[in-house]
Each structure stands twice: as structure tokens, then as C-alpha cells.
Design a protein around this ligand. Sequence first.
Ligand code: BG6
Length: 476
Amino acid sequence: HTHYDAFPKDFLWGSASAAYQVEGAMEEDGKKKSVWDKFVQIPGKTFKGSTGEVAVDHYHRYKEDVKLMAEQGLRAYRFSIAWSRIIPDGDGEVNEKGLQFYDNLIDELLKYDIEPIVTLYHWDIPQALQDKYMGWESRQVIEDFTRYAEILFKRYNNKVNYWVSLNEQNIFITLGYRMAAHPPNVKDEKRMYAANHIAHLANASVIKRFRELDMQGKIGPSFAYGPTYALNSQPLNQLAAENNEAFNAHLWMDIYVRGEYPSVVWKYLKTQGLAPEFEPGDSELLKAGKPDFMGLNYYQTITVEANHLDGVGAGKMNTSGKKGTSEANGVPGLYKSVENEFVEKTDWDWNIDSTGLRIAMRRIASRYQLPILITENGLGAYDDLEEDGSIHDLYRIDYLKNHIKAIQETITDGVNVIGYCTWSYTDLLSWLNGYQKRYGFVYVDRDELDKKELKRYKKDSYFWYKKVIETNGEVL
Ligand code: BG6
């Protein structure tokens, strides 16, 4: 390894999850429903109608799960807090029992020196706020989300050093309001850009409050970034790649970091009659929300070509190269996504491209000059539980190994990377794909229809990652 820089001594070797995907206990101890609890009831939306009602029962088994992390030597665990546990109606009474669950989880992690990385919002806005004022479409959410965040900031200031504000705003907004694949199940571009603008204001508002409270830790959003490649060096295809970066990456990250819409996107939205409304104070608020780091969720790259104005049938914009790439996605005049013949694919047709992670980080570092915390990266695959309780997920080891190599190369390039959270720690509910699409180091024995005993088993990747952590990335 002589030609590579070593990983920093305090590198956060971590793993991640999200409340809805692991906790279960849907209406226990005062929790009320989130938009996901309702959305999954719509027939045909999720694989075999799977829900997070029980999920992998982390709510009751967090001690067992944290013990597995400790045995593995995990340094950081990223999880999200369910807003509807803390404030079941979104804007009403605070639910002490909900807070206690996270007190316990955080204390359990700290007991084993595992750094908690807390996500404030991983897509599960309380259903009560959706009913009351349409959730992210009302400016009232800015105040309510900030109040919720402030409760957590004050409670955990001396325990939590890393905070993630919004998880993948680009995904929950585009899948929620353009593709009707997430709640609130809408296809409306105008409403999408309006809700997106409000989500940006809410994100900036919690970061601003974080500064006002003089918090000891660091905060940033997690962005689902799928860097764009042009199909080839045909200049118009290169231009299409620029368009895709502007519309599917800069639109979010520029606003996080600079508080301004990229001019190319703003002009287009104005011309199309899709621009969100700016109220007095919006610009100032957006500029007050600069993060300490960029949280990066990386799964794959996306390849595009020019999409001529007469391209009939196109019209759906792609979202970060992460979801829906199998559809003929594109925007006439801007870009159209195409296959990349140089990369392999996962069981769910996502490109496997570890160099793309290096490219993603290089682009973020040059454009924004921020440290990067990789908050998600991993392989969704079918796993086989053997009779002796082992799971030989060599394909997952291979995937993670190549991505960790890419991180080391990027550090060697001169980029400041502070940590790596794999997705996911235990197996969990994949929002739309049920329980068969597995990401974890720890196998959880259940399927869509039968939750069985939810027993945990260590996969081969569990032992492999233990070694990676022990040697600080020297043995891969
Ligand atoms: C990210 C999310 O979009 O990707 C996770 O933050 C999600 O919550 C992960 O599970 C993998 O996506 P999927 O669709 O395979 O579950």
C-alpha cells in the first residue's frame, strides 16, 4: 500500500439504518403514524405489500443489535429518529417515552464507544402534518421541523457529535411529487419544486438553529449523488451531462452550500413556469444554512446523452441516477439516460461502479470545499442462509472492498473524507422492495409475509468488515 495514504486515525468506520426500515413498533409508547405507515397500505405500492409495522423489531432488540456492533468493532452508527415518536402529531405534545427510546439507544452505543450519527429526518413526516397542511407543501413545516430538531439538539448536545439534517431530499421530493413512488403519491412538477423549496428552507432553518444554540457537533445533509457520465465525447452529449449535473445535483447541493439556485436551473424553471415562490427572507435563510460537511449517499453513476426537443415520450427527469434508471428517463432538450456498457449491475439493475464514488467525492470537494462524510453505500442483493447459519455474501465483500479502495484513492488525491457508513447494519426493509433485497452485515430471518423469529445471523461480510476496522483499512 506504499503509494496510498493511510486512512486517518480517527476515520469513522460505520454503518447505517433508518427508523422506518428497522424499528417496527409502529404505534407503541405513544408513537403515531408517519406518511409511510399510511402510504404502504395503498395496494401495489410495495413488494408483496410489505410494511414497516414490525420491520426488524430494532425497537425491542436494539441492545442485541448494538452488541453485535460492539463485537464487530464498529466505530460509528448512523440511525434516524422518528419525528412521530418524539412529537406524535408533529406539532403538539412532546412524547417523553419516544425520547427515552433514543436516550437508551444512544447510551448503549456510547457504552461501547460507538459514535452515534443522528439523522433528523429519513422520510417519515408525521401523517398528522400531512393531513393538517400537506406536509412539505406548507411553510408551517419549517417552524415545526425546527422545533422538533431543537428538542433533539438540546437533549443530545453533549452526546452526539454528528447530525444529518435531511436524508436525500432529492429522492423523497422527486419520488414523492414527480413519480408518485413515495408519499404523498403525487405527480406534479409545480408542486414538486414548491415542496422542494420549502424543504430547503427547513433544512437551512435547522442548521441556523444549530448555530444559534452553539452546538458542539457538526451538521450536514445527506445527498444521494449519482455523478453523470456523457455517453461519449460528442459535444452535445457532454452538454447533456452538464445538464444532468445541474438539474439533479447542483440544484440541491448549491443551495445547501451557497444558498443559491444554480442560475441555469433557475432560468429554466422560470421559463417553464415551474419556479417556486420566493418570499422575503428566503434568500437570507438559505444562506444561513451552510453545512459543516457534505453527507454523501453513493450507490451508482448515471450515463446520459442529448435529448432533442422533439424527443416524444420523454418527460420524466431522472433523480440522482439512483432510482428508476431502467425507465427511459429524460427531459426533452436537456438529457436522456442511457445504459453504461462498461459496468456490471446488481440484482436490481443498479450500476456497480466504485470509480464513480471517487469521481463523486472529487466533484464535491472541488465545487464545495467541504469535508465529506459517506453516510450510505452498499449492495442490495439476495442472500442465502445456509443450514449451519452462515451466509456467504462474497459479492457484498467484493463490492464494499472496491468502494473502500476508491475512498483510499480519493484520500490520496487530497480529499478530506471523515467517515464511511455502509448501508446497512442489519438487513432491513427496502422501502419499495420488501425484505428480500438485503444490505446488512447481519442477516435478519424474516420475509415479507412471515416475520418468523427475526433471528440475527452474522454474514461473512460481518467478519470481513471487523478486520477492515481492526487494521484501519490496511487489510481489505
Ligand atoms: C437510500 C435510502 O435511498 O438508499 C435508504 O436513504 C435506502 O433508506 C437505500 O434503503 C437503498 O435503497 P433501496 O431502494 O434499495 O431500499
